[in-house]
Design a protein around this ligand. Sequence first.
Ligand code: ACM
Length: 679
Amino acid sequence: MSDRGSQPETEALNLMPWPRAVDPGIGALQLESAGFTAVFDQEPAEDAREAVVRAVAGLGRAVAGRTSLPDADPVPVRFRLPAAPAGLPGLEEDESYWLAVDDAGIYLEAASVWGAMHGITTLTQLVDDRGRIPHVAIDDGPRYRWRGLLLDPARHFLPADDIRRTLDGMACCKLNVLHLHLTDDQGFRLPVAAFPKLASAEAYTHDELSGIVDHAAARGIRVVPEVDMPGHVTSWLTAYPELGVRQIEPTERFGVHGACLDPTSESVFEVIGAVLDTLVNIFPDPCLHVGGDEVSPGWWSEDPNVRELMAREGLADVRAVQGYFNRRVGRMVAERGRRVVAWDEVMDAGPEPDWIIQAWRGVTQRDRAAASGHPVVFSAPYYLDLHYPADVHYGFDPGAPQQQLLAREDALMDDPRFAHVAGGIRWTRQWRQDAVILETRDEALILGGEACLWSELVNAEVLDLRLWSRLPAVAERLWSAAGTTDPDDMYRRLDAFVDRVLPGADIRLAADTRDRWRALGIDPVWDPLLEMLEPVKWYGRLLGAEALAARLAGTEMPQARPYDLTSPLNRLIDHLPVESRRARALTGLCARADAGDAGTRAELETDIRRWQALPDLAGEAPPDLVPLIGRLVQLGELILERLSGRPVGSDGELDELQVPEGEFMLALPPGLRTWLTSA
Ligand code: ACM
């Protein structure tokens, strides 16, 4: 079953997230079959057996899809597991596992069925395209126990099938929490029997949601539902106007809205009770997210009933009113046996001690919550809707000292990739005003983090493209050791994950992208240009020039924004990956050509000649692309000059190349920039 080859180098293994400890052996196990069978050293509980057998069948499907091995005598995978039932994944699981592959076979020991599934995931990634598994011993477990993804089907609805595929992909990178943001100004996706008008025309059925919970649980993933209140509630108030202190029309626009629930109305708490009852019937998770972000104070501060409430309850200001509201909701959640999760704004007014705080407004909010003993889910550095490259998210360690994280935030303003939105990034410094700097922090309070994909510009059709080129990097940041930080190695493994692992979850990024361009009628001759472009960063797309300028001037709304809920997401910019993989690959090619590799140099020159041919075709170019053709040609010239020994004279020339044209910009990763300017 084995052959003895050279010692595998651990850094050549395509594992994502990278395990805690990898001890490479000599040689590899050559599989003769794509079939596997689970063998247990003691009979596990029925549900644990089912979960493991299902995961092992998935391993077989993945290997069959990747190799030409027959489905012959199944290969045993020997398990040592506790005998206890698996139950549902919870907040306190031991997800560690120990995996060994050697001449005698495959062994997997785990402290829980969830650990066993992570081990199978790792094993799946270890099998190469010839059906070989390197001899190896892996001792692995997560650094953080909350490794989440927020999906926002409230803005653009995401069908249950797409959520299930996303869960499959999440399991592949060992994420363990799906946070479903079910309600917002633009949509309410949860039918509530007693208040049937709440649910939008497009909403999940209870069966669909239960199906999502089951699908997630079978993969060791918790589902935490969020119902956002008392702000972000236009959808509630257009269904039941009596829940607010003013009348309001349905909304199709994005941005912070004025609508908030009436904290003086008992009907409001009756509706909330019905919503919470509905949630706890569907979602078994111990945690329930009640939102609490971005409440506009205007409605409350001007309402006589609210002022009367303030006088009666001794509430000094509208922040205190939100505190009053939050605490009532918190009691209702506790009465239903669940634990509150809420956005960091609830820190403004006396959250209950056991509330879990999700820190989103910059990195200081993490320590503001932790300083008062709150467990924290850290999301601030992991907003995928900012269209940042993976290395940016990857660089923010959830447990790093605040000063280090602040320095990273500040560095974004000096990063040439974000020069066009540096003002916007600077604007977020206002969130530091309540900063609490901790000398020492109880590390156990950092539960982990969550990547957030807000869906103003994401629908089902572009979901994969917006999610998967960066999410695995966040997954690794939350799973792997603090010392696993090399971005080049991360990108190498990320590419392998996207190409080899995700197709098994029906997520096909690279091939799909070209198909999308063809469907838009774009001639393949433009692919070399498109491959080198990215969408503008931060909220450059969502705000557009006018609203961005207004935000920087402190007068954010209601400025015209280029997008609302009615905007079809069907243009080239919607189908352009967030991060140019080609530009990254080019960095490596340039370095190799520079080191004297003649074949690589010829390959590069061929590419650049293709770029140089584009100006002649400009008359037939998609109009959005015309201004960018010259930039690409100029980049090609700079590469050729640098190859002939003349580095680019100034960063300014490269800065010019990266100035956006509309919503597009030329990708110039840091490595390529460094190479171009180095002697
Ligand atoms: C948020 O991004 N408003 C939580």
